[in-house]
Design a binder for this molecule. Structure first.
Ligand code: SF4
Length: 425
């Protein structure tokens, strides 16, 4: 074999139309220096690896679907285009894969760079008209954690109130003032809630990956998983926000913060849609206050009352805010009930009305210990109704544009859509 000597630079070896050249032209990573300046010492230590190289190192791993950092290192060693993108010359040493894992372990705040990178890409998509905020659809997908079930142990930990309870606290204050106006009664101490705040719960935690969570959902695999909650802009399917939680966290828990973050920092949203896992009354109220229409498949509810006269037998009089019982008596809002899952109005009949009522046996359960019928409504029911198409409140989502394909993120009007029945064959 005859050897030839070529005079080339790495610049000559990467074709003009190569994807990484296009990416380099549109994605300015200059912000990485500003974002990571506080993590580097000016006076001590050996010269660091350029933080932009580290970001690009992981970025090419994501872009080319390289599953491990060890393999990313190997690919960069042999792929000229990847070397060029990282700013490495033909004989420069590729950063060791363990640099990345140590960076992750020692400098967790480096993760913020990727959040910024994501926001920068979304900002460019918005600039190009690929996202409008007209309709944002959210769902979660499970991601297997690199941890086996054999690594799990049962750990008792305090149940954190979290932002969901903090929001409920604020609305409870509002509700108690409303109750005082209606009934003239002074508010009571929230002893029950304080007790709940001290609750402890047992969780299956993996010793290998304690940040994952044990997922157990119908129709889903069981084990250590993460849940990736993603919101896409329905116009062109551009992802506007991603939140990752352990696999044992319910979809509704991160939803409001996730959506608010997009609404405030990424793009103002006009309407949001999601499946029934995200249908909880507080979401209707919070999103309404933010001016976001909410279209969600309603959760199926079951009337669990043990009495013969079910809730349907009590029509609601909106003008007076009372329920009318089959005996023509009124059930009025007399109490605000707070539980871990929500905030509720309790409508009570008068005990003297029920005591002599001929329908008492059919109407009262053993639970009605006060001797009067009680009905419960979510405190946020008016907001839920306002988001219900055809409820008379009139707010609707903007029409779906032609770019939404059939079956993709349909704007489902709350309370009006039914799942099509399965064919028997
Ligand atoms: S028991 Fe009370 S609430 Fe029930 S029908 Fe009679 S009066 Fe009305």
């Amino acid at each position: 074999m005859q050897l030839k000597l070529h005079m080339v630079t790495i610049e000559d070896l990467v074709p003009e139309g190569h994807f990484l050249r296009k990416l380099d032209a549109v994605l300015d990573l200059g912000f990485v220096y500003e974002e990571t300046a506080h993590l580097y010492s000016r006076g001590y230590g050996r010269p660091p690896i350029d933080p932009v190289v580290l970001v690009k190192y992981l970025l090419v791993g994501f872009l080319y679907g390289i599953p491990s950092e060890r393999q990313i290192e190997q690919r960069i060693q042999t792929d000229v285009a990847l070397r060029w993108y990282l700013g490495l010359d033909l004989f420069d040493r590729v950063p060791d894969h363990s640099t990345i894992s140590q960076l992750r372990r020692r400098k967790p705040s480096f993760r913020k760079v990727f959040r910024r990178l994501f926001e920068e890409v979304v900002r460019q998509c918005i600039g190009k008209g690929l996202a409008s905020g007209r309709l944002a659809a959210t769902d979660s997908t499970h991601v297997k954690a690199n941890a086996s079930r054999a690594s799990e142990e049962l750990v008792e930990m305090p149940e954190s109130p979290g932002s969901y309870w903090e929001r409920l606290d604020a609305y409870e204050e509002e509700g108690l003032e409303e109750l005082e106006r209606r009934t003239g009664k002074r508010r009571q101490k929230r002893v029950r809630q304080i007790r709940k705040d001290n609750r402890r719960t047992k969780k299956r935690v993996s010793r290998t990956d304690p940040e994952a969570g044990h997922m157990k959902r119908p129709g889903k695999p069981e084990g250590q998983y993460y849940l990736s909650h993603q919101t896409v802009d329905a116009d062109h399917g551009i992802i506007l926000g991603v939140t990752v939680t352990p696999g044992d966290v319910h979809d509704s828990v991160p939803y409001l913060e996730h959506l608010e973050q997009i609404h405030k920092n990424v793009i103002p949203l006009q309407a949001a849609t999601a499946d029934s896992a995200y249908d909880f009354p507080l979401a209707h109220r919070v999103l309404e206050e933010q001016g976001i229409d909410f279209f969600v498949r309603p959760q199926s509810t079951h009337d669990r009352t043990q009495t013969e006269l079910k809730r349907d037998a009590f029509p609601y009089d909106e003008a007076e805010d009372v329920y009318l019982c089959p005996n023509g008596k009124k059930l009025r809002a007399r109490r605000l009930y707070r539980s871990a899952s929500g905030l509720f109005w309790e409508y009570w009949a008068d005990r003297k009305d029920c005591s002599g009522c001929p329908m008492r046996e059919k109407c009262l359960s053993e639970m009605d210990r006060h001797g009067a019928r009680k009905l419960t409504d979510s405190y946020f029911k008016p907001s839920v109704h306002r988001h219900t198409v055809g409820s008379g409140y009139g707010r609707r989502a903007p029409p779906a544009p032609a770019t939404i394909r059939a079956g993709q993120f349909p704007p489902i009007p709350c309370g009006k859509t039914r799942r099509p029945k399965k064919r028997p064959f």
